[in-house]
Design a protein around this ligand. Sequence first.
Ligand code: KG4
Ligand code: ZN
Length: 335
Amino acid sequence: MKILSIESSCDETAAAVIEDGRKICSSVIHTQVEEHKLYGGVVPEIASRRHIESICGVTAEALEQAGLTAREVDAVAVTAAPGLIGAVLVGVNFAKGLALSAEKPLIPVHHIRGHVAANYLAHPELEPPFLALIVSGGHSHIVEVQDYTHYHILGHTVDDAAGEAFDKVARTLGLPYPGGPSVAAAAKTGDPKAYRLPVPHVEGKYNVSFSGLKTAVLNEVNKAQMKGEEVNVPNLAASFQERIAGILAEKLLLAAADTGAKQVCLAGGVAANGRLRQLVNDGAQKLGAKVYLPELKFCGDNGAMIAAQGYYQYIAGHTAGLELNGLPTLPIDYE
Ligand code: KG4
Ligand code: ZN
């Protein structure tokens, strides 16, 4: 079964054709990041307008690369929640028009479920149940993926999402948006032990909190300024990355040990972080759990992951009528 997918929930316009949830026939991603960089973050109205401009071209290219017309795919999947609502609606409305004109079933896909499904593209042998650490710009969750469409949330962030913390710390350090890659790049030449940053206290065994950590970085910058000095950016970036990656890996591995999970995976934009990948790999090996990581190109937003999850939503009977609407928020464990 070949599914054409549309993704437009943030600042990437993307489309893909995926066969049976696993085989990549095509994947096209048009990023707006250079434009949003000018403002230090995603500007929602600009995002919506750019999606409107590029969605036809991106979809046509995905079909062309797959050697198919819209009439030759079996269904159209689209990110319907969560995300910047104006951006989500562009994709949803476009997918509805496509499904109507090509007479295809329409499959709404939860964006974060899609991030988890990025792992199915890289690992044909991966099947639920497994434990997932989902870390993106808007979400930080530890989730038991019970089957392809059922999830149990074990832990979550009580304040900032992991990607959001990277983005805010980058801004504090004068590094460009998006913060994750720029903090990681600065950290390469830094000493992760140079600054002693706190481990935030948080209620709930598998919950995380990053707002104290973010404030601690800001305090270091202010302290240096008051002394007429400059903060050492690579050292502070490395110390922050070490701390946040350490917290995330520790919580995932704690949940894996407690639940006896034999398989763990990472998902979302922050899953591209090299230090996090390394810590999870090392820790899981000690636990005897197998680690699955999405390919770097499918950690960030893309259409392929939406078609992959769309396949399993379709198998479970989760199609939508043409009255489908988008939602800015929706928990991953929605029924
Ligand atoms: O999943 P994603 O592309 O979009 C959302 O669904 O939110 O995640 C974007 C987030 C941004 O906050 C970005 O700074 C972060 O992922 N990110 C990273 C890295 N690459 C992207 N964070 C840490 N290290 C990275 N290498
Ligand atoms: Zn995302």
